[in-house]
Write a protein that binds this ligand. Sequence first.
Ligand code: SF4
Length: 344
Amino acid sequence: MQPALLWKRQDDNAVLCQLCSHFCHIEPDERGKCGVRVNKDGDLFTLVADRVAAANLDPIEKKPLYHFYPGTTSFSVGTMGCNLACSFCQNYSLSFPPKQGQEVRGERFAPEQIVEAAKRYGAHSIAYTYSEPTIFFELVLPTAKLAHERGLKNVLVSNGFMSPQCLDELGPHIDAANIDLKGFTDDFYQQYCGAKLTPVKNNLKRIAKSDWWLEVTTLVIPGANDNPAELTRLAEFIAGNLGLEVPWHISRFHPTYKLMDRDSTPTKTLEMAYDIGKKAGLYYVYVGNVPGHPGNNTYCPGCNAVAIRREGFQVVKADLSKCSECGRPVHGVAMNALEDRYAG
Ligand code: SF4
């Protein structure tokens, strides 16, 4: 247990946590909604500042980030707990136990060890991911600072429900983010995630204006957020407020955790969402979790030629810096970093 950041003491030894947009009021000996921040005698502590519950070397495409140093690897770390309560959580064995008062599992890792491991594995970046990185902010911040000093990039894979204060603090230390936009109604966020839509939209707008490279992911769930009108509003929000060049990843739902009462998303629903994204004017829309689907490739926004062909998370052919057919640049960061590897 280590001292937490971003909180204020209230009357009667209660505390106000300011790390995420729940702004939990936490009484002594209670935990916040995330299950990993606890009030002890009027001070707030975190249970996860030195715990890593999952670590892997992943292709950056798996985050997914398709337009940020494509073809590189990212040392991906996560801990336990989450500030949201999604009934369709794909990492529920990590995210939910602390919320139920259970022990936080994981190995003790200091920022120095995470950065060293990333360097040892030849990773280009460190990804803060798996459960929600907001809630292990006290580990993310010093690790990200050290990673930059050692020449590594930092990547956040987040639900976007952090507080404005948290986003301020993370700002200079993160290089790219994939942020979930899980639906586009307050009802959906409330009913399926125990959260609110507005803070996510506000954070997305701020991130789009920042120096971070931004990509957005929506898991399309049958009967929950697959209404064409809702998807249209969501795609138009990205196009109008974040930018036409912001990639939108449409991902297939599979029954999991508490949402076992429906089938996986039909491919035709994902293709309908793809068409909605393109009609909204988005340059880069992707169909995810459907092996071999042509919607996993990058198409030139100018002439629609295949600019980057992928098999799963592997780049197999790329005109990374510009389309070989019409010469139009493909948006992104260091798209030509590995051009030699994929030439031809
Ligand atoms: S991080 Fe969010 S969910 Fe956790 S205690 Fe703070 S305000 Fe509550």
